[in-house]
Design a protein around this ligand. Structure first.
Ligand code: URA
Length: 203
């Protein structure tokens, strides 16, 4: 018999490129079972909120303090502004599907590191594939850079439609940035109109 029996491979040991989950529930379970340094400082793993079968999926950066406490994305001040922007184009928070690039709050709300983003990205890709929305909305630089694999500023990317996994994808400012720079809200409002128009054009 071999001296050290080979450890049995579990789903979370498999390199992420090989992961291919059969359902959102299986993916959610795998993400909740992950072991990662950020998880140790966070209270909750924040996976998603809203309607998983929605035609609109929204991806932000990472949970903040309120999200970490409640275990749901975009429930703090940024979330309130997001809900208001959605309702301005006739969409309610409960009818969209919301997630983040990183599943745990970075300590002190710092920007997630490149390693933290790289660790989560294969799961995010699976997430988008399984949710298969008709339109994807990216909030802020971390989501835009990670999903569209670009270093272009949002101010240059916004206003046009990109594609991610064949899904029409719209980039806009992060609500936290809009709270600090309210003068940019009018541009963001145009992006939400583009979101709505893109959605209607898919019917
Ligand atoms: N900011 C984000 O990017 N995501 C959240 O869930 C909350 C704030």
């Amino acid at each position: 018999m071999e001296k050290s029996a080979k450890k049995q491979e579990t789903e979370s040991d498999i390199p992420c490129e090989k992961l291919n989950f059969s359902s959102l529930d299986a993916l959610r379970q795998a993400v909740f079972n992950l072991d990662f340094p950020l998880k140790k400082t966070a209270r909750h793993t924040v996976f998603s909120d809203g309607a998983p079968d929605s035609e609109v999926m929204i991806i932000g950066e990472a949970p903040g303090q309120d999200e970490d406490e409640q275990g749901k994305p975009f429930v703090g001040q940024s979330g309130k502004l997001l809900s208001a922007m959605l309702s301005s184009v006739g969409l309610s928070r409960s009818e969209v599907y919301i997630s983040n690039i990183v599943f745990w709050r970075p300590p002190g709300n710092r920007t997630p590191s490149a390693e933290e983003i790289a660790f989560c990205m294969p799961y995010v890709e699976q997430h988008v594939k399984l949710a298969h929305p008709k339109v994807l909305l990216l909030l802020g630089g971390v989501a835009v850079k990670s999903i569209l694999n670009t270093s272009e500023a949002i101010s240059r990317l916004r206003g046009s439609i990109s594609a991610y996994l064949g899904i029409p994808t719209i980039a806009t400012f992060h609500p936290a940035y809009l709270l600090r720079s309210p003068g940019q809200k009018a541009l963001a409002f145009r992006d939400f109109i583009l979101l709505k128009k893109t959605l209607l054009s898919q019917h």
